[in-house]
Ligand binder design. Structure first.
Ligand code: C2O
Ligand code: CU
Ligand code: CU
Length: 508
């Protein structure tokens, strides 16, 4: 598997980038003059397969990579801004310009930081050479403004996305492209950003915040982002370098005893993040865009692709201690290789005087539970074992289906009445985990056939994306307030693009 590069011993003291070039040279590949994105020769592809699948080929980042903020050009009560998607470059490896797709020149894109009640108008400019859209993942925006695959922004074109952030929508969201069938590629090449909606009555407003946007990256032999392989299409792409705000294993310092609020986004196409924190305490306070009813102390937390969590973290009370966020092995089905654990970042307590611990509120403003005994119900079965061409969408039945059908943008799969809650039963009839996501709303998870669900902070919580393991059946309560055609789909983006998506037509 690692035939060309594997047996070469790593030289002592050599920096990862030098090591990368040395391996290229040993393989007879020059670092100049080779085609990059999409233009690889077969020789390049052989080398791509041969890169080591570890998380240590990129240099580490010696500082905390703060995200730029999207500039609001208006005053309070409005959020007016301009967002452009275009190609750009990043030096992930010193001296190698890796071509990326970027929002306002960066991957991840700028953090959007707005308030509940704001009237948002974002002028979007598509500087890509293909159609795209901007989808506001999790936000209750009108269907026409939600960047659905049916509403592409043509290359070179622009449009305004306009909506109000309603009261009660405060939380952590993200934005990413959602064009028909090309979403996976646009996201893994760099298009994704965090979107924070704030409340003027936030019970955790006293805590300093840390934004943690997780993406991953796979570079080919010439340091360019590699195309998807057949394995990626089957399992969802997992890059081999996991990045935090676009940087590799960054570090920071913190006052001893400090309490922070972390907003974490899994913006990868197909990587599960089973998070553990070494050296400190961690409470989950929100999942996706909604508070839990109270802070829940956890030893670990699983984030599936598309999901977010807000965690409160307390640093050790003495100097020189380390707080390390890392992932541990998670199996997402018997047929899927388990991704190696990775270290995400490391924070060291400083020499500053220890801070007194900040007490957490005993309860949090979770959304009000949806009514029980709902008469409107739906049953949904996810499958990853469909027959026929793994057709990239279209009306045919491919491998990845919902209720036996592949996505068809012209077809309504379900109809719902706006504002009327329904109870849905969803079963994962496939062989691997699938994170199911609904647009334009947050739903309440009320039951699962998984034995340990009663101790799970997700039970009765509101989310916009829920992971289902193979064979698991769940019940959710779901209400969509604004009429229009809404998407629901697996958030492993390769599965979505190959058909595991449907349309809910919400009628007035
Ligand atoms: Cu994160 Cu349909 O989206
Ligand atoms: Cu979404
Ligand atoms: Cu899936």
């Amino acid at each position: 598997m690692d035939a060309i590069f594997g047996p070469v011993p790593r030289l002592q003291g050599m920096k990862p980038a030098d090591e990368f070039r040395r391996r290229l040279m040993l393989a007879g590949i020059a670092t100049a003059g080779l085609a990059g994105c999409g233009g690889g020769s077969s020789g390049t592809h052989m080398a791509v397969e041969s890169l080591p699948a570890t998380n240590d080929t990129l240099p580490t980042e010696g500082r905390w990579p703060s995200l730029p903020t999207l500039q609001n050009t208006s005053g309070p009560g409005q959020f007016v801004a301009s967002l452009a998607a275009a190609t750009s470059t990043v030096n992930f490896l010193p001296g190698i310009a890796t071509r990326i797709l970027a929002y306002n020149g960066k991957t991840p894109g700028p953090a959007i930081d707005a308030y509940e009640g704001d009237v948002v108008r974002i002028r979007f400019i598509n500087g890509l050479d293909q159609d795209t859209t901007v989808h506001w993942h999790g936000l209750p925006v009108p269907a026409s403004e939600d960047g659905n695959p049916m509403d592409p922004v043509a290359r070179g074109a622009s449009r305004d996305y306009a909506y109000i952030l309603p009261t009660g929508s405060a939380g952590t969201y993200w934005y990413h492209p959602h064009p028909h069938q090309t979403t996976p590629e646009q996201v893994f090449r760099g298009l994704a950003g965090i979107f924070i909606v704030r409340s003027r009555t936030d019970p955790l407003a006293m805590l300093p915040e840390r934004l943690v946007v997780i993406t991953d990256l796979r570079l080919d032999a010439v340091g360019q982002i590699a195309a998807n392989t057949a394995t990626d299409l089957a399992n969802g792409r997992e890059g081999d370098q996991v990045l935090v705000n676009g940087a590799h294993q960054p570090v920071d310092t913190i006052a001893p005893g400090a309490t922070e609020r972390w907003r974490v986004v899994d913006a990868t196409n197909g990587r599960y993040l089973r998070l553990v924190l070494d050296g400190g305490q961690m409470w989950v306070v929100a999942l996706d865009g909604c508070f839990l009813a109270k802070p829940v102390a956890v030893g670990e937390l699983l984030l599936a692709p598309g999901q977010r969590a807000e965690m409160v973290v307390r640093a050790p009370a003495t100097s020189g201690q380390k707080l390390v966020l890392r992932t541990i092995a998670y199996s997402r089905g018997a047929m899927v290789p388990v991704a190696p654990p990775v270290k995400l970042f490391e924070i060291t307590t400083s020499q500053a005087p220890a801070l007194a611990p900040i007490a957490l509120p005993a309860s949090l403003p979770a959304p009000k539970s949806l009514p029980t005994n709902l008469s409107a119900t739906q049953t949904v079965v996810l499958s990853d074992m469909g027959m026929g061409p793994s057709g990239m969408g279209g009306a045919g039945t491919g491998r990845f289906t919902i209720n036996g059908r592949s996505f068809d943008p012209a077809r309504d799969d379900v109809t719902m009445k706006a504002g009327v809650p329904e109870e849905w039963t969803v079963r994962n009839g496939g062989m691997m985990d699938h994170p199911l996501h609904f647009h334009g709303t947050s739903f309440q998870l009320v039951a699962s056939t998984r034995a340990n669900i009663s101790s799970d902070p997700r039970l009765n919580a509101f989310m916009d994306t829920v992971n289902l393991t193979s064979g698991e059946q769940i019940r959710i309560r779901l209400r969509i307030d604004a009429p229009g055609r809404r998407m629901f789909h697996c958030h492993i983006l390769e599965h979505e693009a190959q058909g595991m998506m449907g349309v809910i037509n919400v009628t007035p």
